[in-house]
Design a protein around this ligand. Sequence first.
Ligand SMILES: C[S@@+](CC[C@H](N)C(=O)[O-])C[C@H]1O[C@@H](n2cnc3c(N)ncnc32)[C@H](O)[C@@H]1O
Length: 379
Amino acid sequence: MTEQQVRELIDAATRTPGEIDAAIDRIGPATVAAVLLDELGSRADIDELTDYPTIVVEFALSHRGETASHTITTDKGRTTCAPGRPDAPDAVVSQELADLLRGVFGTRGARTNPTRSIAWHHLGEPRAIVGPPHVFTTVRRLLRGSEPVSHDLSELSIRFGSDKWGLHYYTPHYEKYFTPLADLALNILEIGVGGYSHPEWGGGSLRMWKRFFHRSMVYGVDTFDKQAHQRQRIGILQGDQSDVDFLEQALGRTGPLDIVIDDGSHLNSDVLTSFRCLFPHLRPGGLYVVEDVQTSYWPGFGGSSENLDDPATSVGFTKALVDGLNHEEFEPAEARTPTATDRQIGSLHFHHNLVVIEKARNEEGALPVWIPRRPIDRR
Ligand SMILES: C[S@@+](CC[C@H](N)C(=O)[O-])C[C@H]1O[C@@H](n2cnc3c(N)ncnc32)[C@H](O)[C@@H]1O
């Protein structure tokens, strides 16, 4: 399936039943089933069940009166998914495909799975209910990906091996900003996949975002080859964050962005280059986050602990945006000619080593001229 098909399905999931059916017709029920079962597999955390025996689950999914079967097999922490009916499934999940689509990619309130039924095989045998309940646990984990689940970002950070909690303590801040957005279909870009030259290391935060933002596309940029982290809804782009041509090209794939997280080289000049290139492509209401701004004070990264307002450092630059935020209040007005960025700063939030910049139209208008610009003499 293509990235475009996944986007189309995410979009369709919140539409009318007729529009959902039309999207399934366009994309094809087999492809739709493959996309949805891939999501269920990835949200089930089967890698935690390495001591489990092989469990085979049939998904009988119906669309316009026709039913097609697909098989999810879990074995020692690994999950595979294939079209076709298994010979001896441990359980059979039957459901309307449109209903499963709404469950997997719908907003939380719309996820009800009213057409689902489950046939448990071996229910008459002790194997089903005594000893470790392998089949129950596996099937329930597979189905929880289509239920309304809220996530604690710090927990997800630990689970996926992101350093955003533990080494840094960013996830509580992220939770505050991102929770209201968790149900939206967004384009998220993180600079820095992690793991540096090791092709398989890193990627923890991309997987964390994918789980938290269950309807969003997540893109990771890195100078090294990180294709091993490509997943459904995770796209990998190889290039340098200081290369504006590369970033422009990357935008061709991602489309307008809703969230950018800069966790790349942390060189001050790179941080500013990426911001200047990407911020104009952030949607209104979007958030641009710069992590690890301690390098603003480190000469080795082009920072300075002496010239604290140096506009070539990340903190010096973002501090100056505070004046841009208030560009309409200068006295006299000509004292500041607002830049394009000034006009689009909605808010600025400074945390330890972390800056969050909200993009919004910043043209509320200055306070009325009749409000005195000096204190009233009350004597
Ligand atoms: C701190 S790690 C990123 C960690 C990751 N964001 C996470 O939360 O799990 C920094 C990554 O940025 C990459 N990187 C370094 N310089 C870069 C640059 N100029 N452009 C893009 N990526 C860069 C490195 O290869 C490394 O994998």
